[in-house]
Design a protein around this ligand. Structure first.
Ligand code: AGP
Length: 606
C-alpha cells in the first residue's frame, strides 16, 4: 500500500517527511517523493526505488520547506519510475494519493480535450488536473477539492498542496485510511498513526468520505456531504502505533474495515492496470498444467474452494481443493504435471506445510498464497503469490481471506486467457470488474448498521444455518466458521441444494437461517429454498442485492441489501456482511473477539 505524510510545520520538514516515509516502508513501495513550499512556491523531489535514492537527490537539492507532503508509491497505474512517482503536479496543485481511481481514463480524456497534457501514466495526476481545473474556475481550495472528489469513482487517500496557500495542506479519504495528527502549533496528516507517530500521539481518524484542511491553527474536517464534522482525537502512544487498532475496539473490526485497501493493494500486484490485463508473478504456464491441487486449512481452505469454482468455470482447468490434514495422510493419487497451491495467511500451518511437502516430493511444482512473505511456505515453494493486506492480528481471518480471493480471481482470469478460453477483450472486462472490487467492498462494509441490528437476534440463537449456492456455498461455510469461532454459537454452512437431504430437519422458529443469494443464475433456486425454510417457521436472514430484494419471496425476518456486482467479485462483496455478523454477535455476547478461546492465530502443530 502507498504511504502518505503531510506536515504543516514551524521548522524545516525535509527530515521529518523522510523519517515518516521510513516508518511507512513496511507497506511496500517502489518509488518515493516529497514536495513543499520553498519561498511560497511548491517544489518536488522524487526518485525511483527506495528512500535512499530520494535521500541522494535531497543531498544535492535539499528541500528547504516548513510545509510539505511525502509519499511512498506502490505502483498501480504506470511502472515504477521517477515521472510516475508522487507527488504529482498540475498547475497550482501538487498532491499524493493512495488508492485506485476507476474512472481516471474518461476523466483524463475529458481533461485532454480541454487542452491538458500529462507527464505521467498515473490516475493520481488526473486528480491533480481535475482539482486545478476547479481552482481555475474560481473555486476556493476546499470547495474545489469537494467538487473534485464528487467526480471520482474509486478509492483514495489524498494529501494536497495548492500554490498560493503556503500554510495549507488538504486531505481526503474514501476506501483508504487517513489520520490527522495534532501537534503543538503544527499539524499532520498520515496514512496511519505510525506515520505521524514521531511527531504526535494525538490523532483523529477521518471517516469514509471525509475531507480536511489543516494549517497552523488546527484542522477543519467535513463529511462527504460537505458538512463540518467533529472526529474524536485519540492518544495513540508511538509504540502502540506499530500495530494499532485505530478507532476500532478490536483488531478484527479494524481488519474488516481495512479490506478495501488490502484488496486494492493485492489486486494491483496481479494486474497491469494501464492495459487492464492480468500480470501474475512467477511465470506459471497455465496452458500446460493438467490440474491444480489446492491444500489449506480453515478459512484458507474456503478461499481455495472459491478458487476452484472460478478457475474451473473460467479456465476449464481441473482444480482439486482438499483439507490439508486429510490430504497429507490418505496417499492421494497425484499427477506430476500439476501445480500444488498452498493457501495460508501465516505460511506456517503445520498440516498445510506437510501437504505441500508431500506434493513436492511427488515432483509437482509448487506455489503458495501467503500473507507472511518470510514464512516457511514462502521460502519452500517455487512460486510465491503474496497477498498484500498487511499484518492480520485478529485470530479470525478476514482481510487475508478476501485478499486470497483477489489472488485466485486474478489467477482464474489469467489461466482462462492462457488456455484460450477468453479473448483479450473479455480479459480486460474481467480485470476492470476486479478493479471495482475495493470500492464495492467498501460499500458492502457500510451495511454494518443493518447487520448489527440482525446480530441482536442471532446472538440469542443456539444454532445458526448458513445456506448458499455456487460460490455462495463456500461463503456459507465461511460465515458459519466465523460465527462459531468467535461467538461460540454452533453454526453450519450448507449447499442450499442439500437442504432437503437432511439439514431441513433442523429448521424451526428458533434457528436463524442466513441465506446468501445475489440476483444471479442461482437466485430462483435460492428463493425456493427460502420458501421451504419459511414454510417451516424458519427465521430467514436474506443477504442479497437490490434486484434480489425485489424478487425475493416475502416473509424474510431481515433482508440485507448488498451492492450490485458482477458475479466474478460477488464472493468479495458478500464477505463483509457475514464477517460483520459474526463480529457483532461476538461483541454482544461479550466474547474475546481477537483471541477466541482455544484458538491460535497460526496452528504450527498438528
Ligand atoms: C480462520 O478465521 C481461522 N483462524 C483458521 O481457520 C485459519 O484460517 C486456519 O488456521 C488456517 O490458517 P492459515 O491461513 O494461517 O494457514
Amino acid at each position: 500500500m502507498c504511504g502518505i505524510i503531510g506536515v504543516v510545520g514551524k521548522t524545516s520538514v525535509q527530515e521529518r517527511l523522510i523519517a515518516s516515509l521510513k516508518r511507512l516502508e513496511y507497506r511496500g513501495y517502489d518509488s518515493a517523493g516529497i514536495a513543499g513550499f520553498v519561498d511560497g512556491k511548491v517544489e518536488r523531489r522524487r526518485a525511483k526505488g527506495k528512500i535512499r535514492a530520494l535521500e541522494d537527490v535531497l543531498a544535492d537539492q535539499p528541500l528547504n520547506a516548513t510545509v510539505g507532503i511525502g509519499h511512498t508509491r506502490w505502483a498501480t497505474h504506470g511502472a515504477p519510475s521517477a515521472p510516475n512517482a508522487h507527488p504529482h503536479t498540475q498547475g497550482r496543485v501538487t498532491l499524493v494519493h493512495n488508492g485506485i481511481i476507476e474512472n481516471y481514463a474518461e476523466l483524463r480524456e475529458r481533461l485532454r480535450a480541454q487542452g491538458r497534457t500529462f507527464e505521467s501514466e498515473t490516475d493520481t495526476e488526473v486528480i491533480a488536473a481535475l482539482l486545478d481545473s476547479e481552482l481555475a474556475g474560481g473555486a476556493e481550495p476546499l470547495a474545489a477539492l469537494k467538487a473534485t472528489l464528487d467526480q471520482l469513482v474509486g478509492a483514495y487517500a489524498l494529501g494536497v498542496l495548492v500554490d498560493g496557500f503556503p500554510s495549507l495542506i488538504m486531505g481526503a479519504r474514501r476506501g483508504s485510511p487517513l489520520v490527522v495528527g495534532y501537534g503543538d502549533g503544527e499539524m499532520f496528516i498520515g496514512s496511519d498513526a505510525l506515520a505521524v507517530g514521531p511527531f504526535t500521539s494525538r490523532v483523529c481518524y477521518l471517516d469514509e468520505g471525509d475531507y480536511v484542511a489543516i494549517d497552523h491553527d488546527g484542522a477543519r474536517i467535513f463529511d462527504q456531504a460537505g458538512k463540518p464534522a467533529k472526529r474524536a482525537i485519540r492518544t495513540v502512544p508511538a509504540s502502540a502505533a506499530l500495530v494499532e487498532k485505530g478507532n476500532y475496539r478490536h483488531f478484527m473490526e479494524k481488519e474488516i474495515h481495512d479490506q478495501p485497501e488490502g484488496c486494492q493493494h493485492t489486486i494491483t500486484a496481479y494486474v497491469d492496470t494501464l492495459n487492464a490485463r492480468t500480470a501474475i508473478p512467477g511465470g506459471v504456464d497455465f496452458a500446460s498444467l493438467a490440474r491444480i491441487q489446492i491444500v489449506a486449512c480453515g478459512t484458507s481452505y474456503i478461499a481455495g474452494m472459491l478458487g476452484k469454482y472460478m478457475i474451473e468455470q473460467l479456465a476449464d482447468l481441473p482444480v482439486d481443493v482438499e483439507i490439508a490434514s486429510e490430504f497429507r495422510y490418505r496417499q492421494p493419487a497425484l499427477q506430476s504435471d500439476s501445480l500444488v497451491v498452498a493457501m495460508s495467511q501465516s505460511g506456517e500451518t503445520a498440516d498445510t506445510l506437510a501437504a505441500l511437502r508431500y506434493c513436492q516430493a511427488k515432483g509437482m511444482r509448487s506455489a503458495a498464497v501467503v500473507n507472511a512473505q518470510e514464512s516457511t511456505m514462502a521460502r519452500e515453494v517455487d512460486v510465491v503469490w503474496p497477498i498484500h493486506c498487511g499484518p492480520e492480528i485478529g485470530v479470525a481471518s478476514t482481510k487475508a481471506f478476501t485478499a486470497q480471493i483477489c489472488v485466485l480471481t486474478a489467477v482464474a482470469v489469467a489461466a482462462a486467457r492462457a488456455r484460450g478460453k477468453i479473448d483479450e477483450a473479455e480479459e480486460q472486462r474481467l480485470v476492470r470488474v476486479l478493479l471495482e472490487a475495493p470500492r464495492l467492498v467498501a460499500e458492502s462494509i457500510k451495511l454494518e448498521d443493518a447487520v448489527q441490528r440482525v446480530a441482536t437476534e442471532v446472538a440469542k440463537a443456539r444454532d445458526v444455518l448458513y445456506l448458499g449456492r455456487g460460490p455462495m456455498f463456500p461463503l456459507s461455510l465461511e460465515g458459519a466458521l466465523k460465527l462459531k469461532e468467535i461467538s461460540y454459537i454452533h453454526a453450519e454452512g450448507y449447499a442450499a441444494g442439500e437442504l432437503k437431504h437432511g439439514p431441513i430437519a433442523l429448521v424451526d422458529d428458533k434457528t436463524p437461517i442466513v441465506i446468501l443469494a445475489p440476483f444471479d443464475s442461482y437466485f430462483e433456486k435460492s428463493a425456493s429454498n427460502m420458501n421451504e425454510v419459511m414454510a417451516r417457521g424458519g427465521q430467514v436472514i436474506f443477504i442479497t442485492d437490490a434486484d434480489g430484494e425485489k424478487h425475493a419471496p416475502k416473509g424474510a425476518r431481515v433482508v440485507v441489501t448488498a451492492p450490485r456486482c458482477d458475479p466474478l467479485i460477488a464472493p468479495l462483496v458478500y464477505s463483509p456482511p457475514i464477517q460483520l455478523l459474526a463480529y457483532h454477535v461476538a461483541v454482544q455476547k461479550g466474547a474475546d473477539v481477537d483471541q477466541p478461546r482455544n484458538l491460535a492465530k497460526s496452528v504450527t502443530v498438528e
